[in-house]
Design a protein around this ligand. Structure first.
Ligand SMILES: *Cc1c(COP(=O)(O)O)cnc(C)c1O
Length: 334
């Protein structure tokens, strides 16, 4: 049975922005002349891959850590993410002087373990699956009183990601359409609540990959459903939204105007475009807004802002993609 919580309010996002201001970086916005020419309206790129730790996840994680009680701070935080959330949480915890343990299975590649360790977290390797790693997290919460910080379905996380929306609206006050990479929906829920609070006529469009777009499937089903995870160039967008989702499903359903899906070929083309035309190194998940624009899958009557949400890509893979290779990950394990 799902326990629906009240939506995250603009006031909570304003608070989050203040709470995280000293930890995060204000990221720049660039006007893209090539994409503007293509779309026929100004296209602004929000360069959030330049955020500390390489993605916006630091915003939500910093706000969650800032919201801990004194007792919770002393006992520390835990998470299971091996990707951008894990990096953000590790950095945010260290910056606040809070202990952080990230649990992961034996199957996680060394590069990901190193990425988390580099941000200062303790890494605990347990079992052969994400589920077994989760059991260790549950134990640390039950036995040691640590606080589990989830990657998206948490109001402090959503409020922190929403701070990006407030920042963006100040940088592009006349924006008409915002293109937001969409997975569990923490980023889009926060950004939509922030921007619609101040500019209700703005359109918020979520972009996911065709391979394993969980939120899209859930919206079609009208409720959270299980979706098979598939390997994709947009690897930070993989995974489900949780069958007991409390916030991001309903907020995405009610606040987001449209969801668009892009193919692997379109994602590769967008990574290439970002590099050769915009001089930006971005990961597949951060490129989906550009992918949708290049494929003419979104239209806008006025200025567009596309959030380049992250830059943590394997540089060998990036090199192959920008060199024109047709990199196909569909045969790999998700
Ligand atoms: C996590 C992530 C997303 C998706 O964010 P959600 O809040 O899960 O929708 C998009 N891009 C990057 C780079 C990410 O790390």
């Amino acid at each position: 049975m799902t326990m629906q919580e009240p939506f995250v309010e603009p006031g909570e996002i304003e608070q989050a922005r203040t709470a995280i201001a000293a930890t995060i970086r204000t990221t720049p916005v660039n006007l893209s002349s090539s994409l503007s020419d293509l779309a026929g309206v100004p296209v602004h790129l929000k360069l959030e891959h330049m955020q500390i730790t390489g993605s916006f996840k630091l915003r939500g994680a910093s706000n969650a850590v800032a919201s801990l009680t004194e007792a919770e701070r002393r006992r520390g935080v835990v998470g299971v993410s091996t990707g951008n959330h894990g990096r953000g949480l590790a950095y945010a915890a260290r910056a606040a002087g809070v202990r952080c343990i990230i649990c992961m299975s034996r199957l996680v590649p060394q590069a990901k373990i190193d990425g988390i360790k580099a941000q200062g977290a303790e890494v605990r390797i347990v079992g052969n699956s994400q589920d077994e790693a989760q059991l260790e997290v549950d134990r640390l919460v039950a036995d040691d009183g640590m606080t589990m910080i989830p990657p998206f379905d948490h109001r402090k996380i959503i409020a922190g990601q929403g701070a990006l929306g407030l920042e963006l609206l100040e940088q592009v006050p006349d924006l008409t359409t915002v293109l937001v990479p969409l997975s569990g929906g923490g980023l889009i829920s926060g950004v939509a609540a922030a921007i619609k609070g101040r500019r209700p006529e703005a359109r918020i469009v979520g972009i996911s990959m065709e391979r394993g777009a969980a939120m899209h499937a859930c919206l079609k089903a009208g409720k959270p459903v299980q979706v098979e995870e598939l390997a994709t160039l947009a690897d930070s967008l993989g995974g489900g939204i949780g069958l007991d989702n409390r916030l991001t499903f309903a907020m995405t359903r009610d606040l987001v105007d449209d969801v668009v899906l892009v193919s692997e070929t379109e994602i590769a083309a967008a990574i290439r475009h970002a590099y050769w035309q915009e001089r930006q190194i971005i990961e597949g998940s951060g490129s989906v807004g550009i992918a949708a624009l290049l494929a003419r899958k979104v239209e806008s009557a006025g200025p567009v802002a596309a959030i380049l949400s992250g830059g943590n890509i394997d540089m060998n893979q990036h090199h192959r993609i920008i060199s024109g290779e047709d990199v196909d990950v569909s045969q790999e394990a998700a």
